[in-house]
Each structure stands twice: as C-alpha cells, then as structure tokens.
Design a protein around this ligand. Structure first.
Ligand code: GTP
Ligand code: MG
Length: 197
C-alpha cells in the first residue's frame, strides 16, 4: 500500500470545507512541531508531500491526502502553540473537534508525542477529549533519533503507564524517527492491519 502513489486531495480551514467521507481515514494529531507532517512524508516515502518547518505552526488547516484510492491521511494543525494567535488557536480547536467528532470514516487518530519531552498536560487534555468522544487513538513517539538508545525503553514504558488512564488509547506506543526510518515499517504494518479489521 505505502509503495503506491499518494496525492494531496484538499485542505480545509473550516468544517464546511471538509472533503466527503469516501475512504477510510487516519489522522495525525499532536502539539506543534512534534513531526506530524514529517511522519506523513516518511510513511508515504515522499520527501515534501506535506509541508514541514522548523517553525511551529506550519500546518494551518486540515490537509487530506489520498493513498492509492484506499486510504485518506489527514495532517492536522498542531496544538499548544500560542504564538500563532488566540483567534487562530480557537478556530483550529473548533475545526479539529468538529472533524474528529463527526468523522465516521476515521479509523484511528495517531497522537504524536516528541520522545524527548513525553506527555504534557495539553496532551492529556487532548486525550480526555478523545476518551469522552470515544475516538480511538494510538500514541506515536517521534524524533527517537534525538533520544539516547539507553533511554528509549524508559520513555516508552513511562508513556504506556500514563496511557492506562485513557480508555480510548491503544495500550502500546510506537517509537519512530522520520529521520532514520525507525519504526516506520512497523507503523505501516499497523495501519494495513487496521484497514483489515
Ligand atoms: P506543525 O505543522 O507546525 O504542527 O508541525 P509538525 O508536527 O507537522 O512538524 P514538522 O513535521 O513540520 O516537523 C517539525 C520539525 O521537526 C522540522 O524541523 C522537522 O525536520 C523536525 N523533525 C520531524 N521529524 C523528526 C525526526 O524524526 N527526527 C528529527 N531529528 N527531527 C524531526
Ligand atoms: Mg505540520
């Protein structure tokens, strides 16, 4: 599946602009700058399909990508970055919630967490929203290349322990690096599995 073509379909900055629910979908959510757009590129093997940036707040709308006409990938704007302005944050939060709650085609949300920083209060708030709306999600630790080999297991274990209080969470976390490709084949496999369920 992931060897096939992936194309940009649409961007939506309000609920009225969301494309129709024609395909199963997975979405990438998480704080600004955790590496959502980079992970989408790594999974699809495309360097610049989704735009990435060192500056947080790069992705400013929901971007939809069609993978081989079988799966839609949704790159979400990051949360927790105040410098983009209060009005935008409010608009994005509303858009994200409208999207996540109303999307019957959504198979799962991947919640990305920077492996160097772990879960922050704002991530727990997001997971509380997922729990309340019964949106099943899996946590992906990103930028593993920035964490020493000997510390990686500890980060995974600590995160999995924290996830036990979130009923909508998948119990195991994935450790990934879009730089080195660590965990990318495993994540592709998980997505294919999810489509078969
Ligand atoms: P927003 O759209 O602003 O919410 O950010 P994002 O979550 O889409 O992050 P993006 O993919 O734009 O990446 C942010 C920065 O992190 C960029 O400078 C990337 O090069 C860097 N980055 C992403 N993934 C990795 C990774 O696996 N390892 C390392 N070392 N850097 C990464
Ligand atoms: Mg982005």
């Amino acid at each position: 599946l992931f060897a096939q073509t992936c194309d940009f379909v649409a961007g939506a900055d309000n609920a009225g602009a969301l494309p129709p629910m024609t395909l199963p979908e997975i979405a990438f959510a998480g704080r600004s700058n955790v590496g959502k757009s980079s992970l989408l590129n790594a999974l699809t093997g495309r360097k610049a399909l989704a735009r990435t940036s060192q500056t947080p707040g790069r992705t400013q709308q929901l971007n939809f990508f069609d993978l081989a006409h079988r799966l839609q990938l949704v790159d979400m704007p990051g949360y927790g970055y105040a410098a983009v302005g209060k009005d935008k944050v409010t608009a994005w939060t509303k858009l994200a919630q409208d999207f996540l709650r109303g999307r019957a085609s959504l198979l799962r949300v991947y919640l990305l967490i920077d492996a160097r920083h772990g879960l922050k209060p704002v991530d727990h708030e997001t997971m509380d929203v997922f729990d309340r709306s019964a949106i099943s999600f899996a946590v992906v630790l990103t930028k593993a290349d920035e964490v020493k080999q000997m510390d990686r297991d500890a980060v995974c274990e600590r995160t999995e322990t924290d996830l036990r209080r979130h009923p909508a969470a998948f119990p195991t976390v994935l450790l990934t690096s879009s730089e080195t490709g660590l965990g990318i084949p495993a994540m592709r496999g998980g997505i294919v599995q999810l489509m078969r369920e």
